[in-house]
Design a protein around this ligand. Structure first.
Ligand code: GLV
Ligand code: MN
Ligand code: MN
Length: 430
């Protein structure tokens, strides 16, 4: 990790922090939220949809207006670059601009707009950094339209993944590859850059999406790592038949058998609640989806997470056994979609972020930052395998996220960007 501790860099970090502009940040977040805005106040901007492409154009124009050069890689990750005094590998910050089908205004968007606000603050302060600074908007962090999540950042770190990703289909049978090609064709003015480029460090600022900081009454969190996660798809194939005429004992009812499995799995998960195992069966696709026809095909997703990677591996094995020993008339198949062991960010990075957060908090008369583990996954999970990486969190009201009601006090959002400005300037050297 290239870290600059000399007095002039620390002084510049504090100057950059002081140039973060509260109202400009408010306007920037509102402007991005306009793309895919929902009547309930949320945002629907799934990856590589038309509205996501419009948001990308907006980001490109905005970054260019700040004097950045813009490049995109083969996974349509967008990089906005502020030149440094040298051409050494850049300090990278940012997050993702895609949302859940019903998302909020902040998940991902905050980190991207925060990065651009840091660049604007540095411009206003007239600070030139030694290393370039790049702000990234990763493609498909959410994984809701095309699974798994974090496709952009994982393909950046491990380009061999991209071929398989390109074959993944969304619910309308559009491939990720087709959507990607369209997104790149829509920005012919943006030069291509390589995947896997060297980066000096990566810092991602994000809303917590959980209740820890709010409960503690602390506005900034230094993220020490990310819990482990596994995703599966369960496919159950029965026989669609008449609801009124088919005797119960001859049915191959894909829904009844799916529900039975879901109940067994939920009951098993309850044994590990005190060890923070989390289980979600979030998406169900039922065919023919008719009130008076027995479901012939059911497909549902399993999202399981735990800070204890070994416990999660055992729980995944239990799911595999349940499916393998399934005794109903329907055929049941389990497909793994995604798997990631716990991430641990390096202590040199968390120490640097601790100082950045402490500087911002102290200046605002707020309590010192808290250390915590992320319950959500993030692009930083993959970047951690590429360069020294870590994250800063700000509180989420009532811990709510992946919901239109997602909210954070604006003062906390500003504080997060101030801490980010401090950290990025430190890492880039001034
Ligand atoms: C990210 O969106 C996650 O599901 O953790
Ligand atoms: Mn996110
Ligand atoms: Mn999310």
């Amino acid at each position: 990790m290239s870290e600059h501790s000399n007095e002039s860099t620390i002084a510049a970090a504090n100057v950059a922090l002081a140039h973060v502009h509260s109202e400009r940040l408010r306007e920037a977040l509102a402007a991005l939220a306009h793309f895919g805005a929902r009547a309930d106040g949320g945002v629907a901007r799934q990856t590589l949809t038309e509205v996501d492409l419009q948001a990308r154009r907006f980001l490109i124009d905005r970054a260019r207006a700040l004097g950045c050069t813009v490049e995109a890689d083969a996974c349509a990750n967008l990089f906005f670059r502020r030149a440094g005094r040298t051409n050494q590998p850049p300090v990278l910050t940012g997050s993702h601009a895609d949302t859940q089908p019903v998302g909020g205004k902040l998940d991902g968007a905050y980190g991207v707009m925060a990065g651009l606000e840091v660049i604007q603050a540095l411009n206003d302060a007239g600070i030139q950094t030694e290393r370039p600074i790049e702000v990234v908007a990763w493609t498909n962090e959410e994984g809701s339209r095309f699974g798994p999540g974090c496709m952009g950042s994982s393909a950046f770190v491990e380009p061999a993944k991209l071929d398989a990703y390109r074959q993944v289909l969304d619910g309308e049978k559009t491939s990720f590859g087709t959507a990607l090609d369209r997104a790149l064709q829509a920005i012919p003015d943006v030069p291509r850059c390589a995947l896997q480029r060297p980066m000096a460090a990566y810092v991602e600022l994000h809303i917590e999406q959980g209740p820890v900081l709010e409960r503690a009454g602390v506005p900034l969190g230094v993220v020490t790592g990310i819990q482990s996660v596994r995703w599966f798809r369960v496919k159950v194939t029965g026989v669609a038949a008449h609801a009124g005429t088919t005797p119960m004992d001859v049915r191959a009812d894909a829904m009844a058998e799916s529900i039975a499995l879901a109940h067994r799995l939920m009951a098993e998960a309850r044994h590990y609640e005190d060890r923070q195992l989390r289980l979600t069966l979030g998406r169900w696709v039922v065919a023919p989806n008719s009130i008076n026809t027995i479901a012939g095909d059911v497909e549902f997703t399993v999202d399981m997470r735990c800070v204890d990677g070994e416990l999660l591996a055992r729980f995944a094995a239990t799911l595999q056994e349940m499916v393998a020993s399934h005794a109903g008339r329907s055929r049941m198949v389990l497909e793994p979609v995604f798997e990631r062991a716990p991430t641990h960010f390096p202590s040199a990075m968390t120490a640097l972020l601790e100082q950045a957060c402490a500087s911002a908090s102290a200046r605002a008369g707020q309590p010192a930052p808290l250390q915590l583990t992320s319950g959500a996954f993030h692009d930083a999970m993959y970047l951690a395998g590429h360069c020294p990486s870590a994250m800063i969190f700000v509180p989420s009201k009532q811990g709510i996220s992946h919901n239109a009601a997602e909210e954070t006090d604006h003062a906390d959002l500003v504080l997060g960007v101030q801490a980010l400005a401090h950290a990025v300037t430190r890492l880039a050297g001034a």
